[in-house]
Design a protein around this ligand. Structure first.
Ligand code: B1M
Length: 234
């Protein structure tokens, strides 16, 4: 870091400059600076969701592009991810504070062979914020972990996340196993992750592909509304 950067006082930047600085700090993996900036934006009455999407996810998009292009490498991206998590940790209780009524229960996890968890964590946070109960299985989940959890937790929804083209086919293994066990239709299966798309979601037999955390929340709400209507009608 240069001396010039050392001198930056985050609270003296205007909102636009501060978000730009957060992009730089996220890129450099500066967790404390990210946490300070998140707190400053909160003091400035930014909505937690706006901070999450505009500043943190925005910054991570830049990191992702340079990782793809071979400008950044795994250790640097890990630091960036750690800084992002610092910011998310502050926002999590605030996103969950909306006081929404309990909407339903979701079990979510990243699939076997895959250790990416930022997107999944974001989905969990947003779902909790919307009033869903979320059981987060973490990363690297084999089929048994998913099946055991949805049964034990009596979940309404199974959410799966995959960030690698090599791990996304594993979602089909889980869904096929549910079909074989005769329990597929007992759950709504939502899938997401950067390499997926609508077509893939359909091809593997998921109920819906969710482009981002906000879409996951809306989709989950729609399915729960349908379920409640069916129960009311039946
Ligand atoms: Co990885 N990585 N990574 N990585 N990494 C990607 C995914 C990659 C696209 C980078 C690139 O080349 N451009 C690339 C995959 C290429 C491919 O498969 N085609 C890649 C690679 C290759 C790898 C390694 C193989 C690198 C290596 O070792 N040589 C390795 C694999 C390790 C493994 O999993 N076995 C690896 C490792 C890592 C780190 C550990 C360094 C770190 C992860 C840290 C962590 O997660 N704790 C990392 C990171 C951070 C990334 C990028 C840069 C960022 C991912 C991220 O957090 N995005 C990523 C590049 C990219 O995606 N542009 C990349 C921010 C997050 C908010 O978005 O996860 O997409 P996302 O989640 C979104 C939506 O997708 C959706 O909602 C979220 C919020 O809006 N969503 C869901 C996600 N899951 C959902 C589940 C749902 C619903 C919606 O369920 C209902």
């Amino acid at each position: 870091m240069s001396d010039e950067e050392d001198d930056i006082i985050l609270s003296e930047l205007n909102d636009e400059e501060l978000v730009q600085q957060m992009f730089d700090d996220l890129y450099d993996g500066l967790k404390e600076e990210i946490e300070e900036a998140v707190n400053i934006l909160l003091e400035r009455k930014w909505e937690p969701y706006r901070i999450l999407t505009e500043a943190l996810v925005g910054g991570m998009t830049i990191v992702g592009a340079d990782f793809r292009d071979g400008i950044l490498f795994v250790p640097e991206v890990l630091l960036a991810a750690n800084a992002m998590k610092g910011g998310m940790f502050i926002l999590k209780p605030l996103l969950a504070e909306t006081g929404a009524p309990r909407m339903g229960k979701m079990v979510i996890g990243t699939v076997k062979g895959d250790i990416h968890d930022i997107g999944k964590n974001l989905v969990s946070m947003m779902m909790e914020g919307a009033g869903f109960e979320v059981v987060d299985l973490g990363i690297n989940n084999a089929v048994d972990a998913y099946i055991d959890a949805i049964k034990a937790e009596e979940a309404d929804i199974l959410g799966m996340s995959a960030l690698l083209t090599t791990t996304m086919p594993y979602m089909k293994v889980v869904i096929d196993t549910m079909v074989e066990m005769g329990i597929r239709d007992d759950y709504v299966v939502l899938v997401g992750g950067a390499p997926l798309n609508e077509e893939f979601g359909k091809a593997i037999g998921a109920d819906s592909y969710c482009r981002d955390a906000a879409v996951a929340v809306e989709t989950a709400k729609e399915y729960m509304a349908r379920k409640h209507n069916q129960l009311a009608a039946g």
